[in-house]
Design a protein around this ligand. Sequence first.
Ligand code: NAP
Length: 310
Amino acid sequence: MRFRCDAKLPLIGFGTAAYPYNGERIEQAIATALELGYRHFDTAKIYGSETAVGRALTDAIGGGKVEREDIFVTSKLWGSDHREPVTALRQSLKNLGMEYLDLYLIHWPARFKTWASYPVPTEDDFDGLDMESTWAGLERCVDLGLCKCIGVSNFSCTKVDRLLQHASIPPAVNQVEMHPLWRQKKLREFCEERKIQVSAYSPLGGPGNSWGSTGVVENPIIKSIALKHSATPAQVALRWGLEKGANVITKSFNRERMKENMGALGLRLDEEDVMEIDRLEEWKLMRGEFLVNQTTSPYKTIQELWDGEI
Ligand SMILES: NC(=O)c1ccc[n+]([C@@H]2O[C@H](COP(=O)([O-])OP(=O)(O)OC[C@H]3O[C@@H](n4cnc5c(N)ncnc54)[C@H](OP(=O)(O)O)[C@@H]3O)[C@@H](O)[C@H]2O)c1
């Protein structure tokens, strides 16, 4: 998949956000993922997984199992670092033990004070948004060769549009929640017109996450489509995301499920399957309540955070 910068984004990405954190488990999972063909690894400062991801990838590169150029590493700028993206990215690279990132994203459209509580900000932690200067900081990261591409995450069409008005380098990617029960039709069309790649996080609906749901993998329609193709519900959900033009970032630390998820590449859905999925009732799982308050946040309601697009 080609997109708006000099890098190639693999179709299936490997997520590394997992609670409770277990570095050793992440390292083992990445070693297995590499063996099974995963080449895109998604991390973020807030996941605490950069060090484990870096260790596993550096080991694999050192051991001759893979070349740095053949893997794609994404990390994200947390709200408390919006004033200093270059410093934050240098720290992420230090954690990863790498010289550059393939993709650096603004994790959420929210800025916190530098001492903000982790991971959930309190009312005192919010700071005024200044997307123009934060984005200029990301552009500096590209100019300094610290990352190949830059993008955003959890941005509505309205927010992307605003960003495009002052960006010198347009965002290559918008990483958002997307799965058969939250299909992002409007955002996909908006991004496609502007050559921005949509990356789907929680493509299975994040079963097992505190905010996630088994609603996708247990959906009777998804199950019946899976049965028809001798596939699994997870493969149907992932394939649906790929057919809609997204690259999907799924997480499993279980070898069998990692293998199963890669199997989505070999599945083909027919038009009727896609139409059936397009008729399912939608609901957004990751709503971002932690960014909404009545006093200090720029977002007084969930609707304001998503600009009425959810
Ligand atoms: N930008 C953002 O704000 C944002 C937000 C959320 C996530 N992300 C990124 O996206 C990644 C993926 O998100 P996610 O964890 O919500 O994705 P997901 O793939 O939708 O859900 C992962 C969950 O599904 C389970 N699972 C995996 N494969 C399965 C299968 N074949 N059948 C049934 N269950 C399966 C996993 O359990 P096992 O591990 O036990 O298999 C895990 O609990 C994260 O790790 C992170 O890198 C980004």
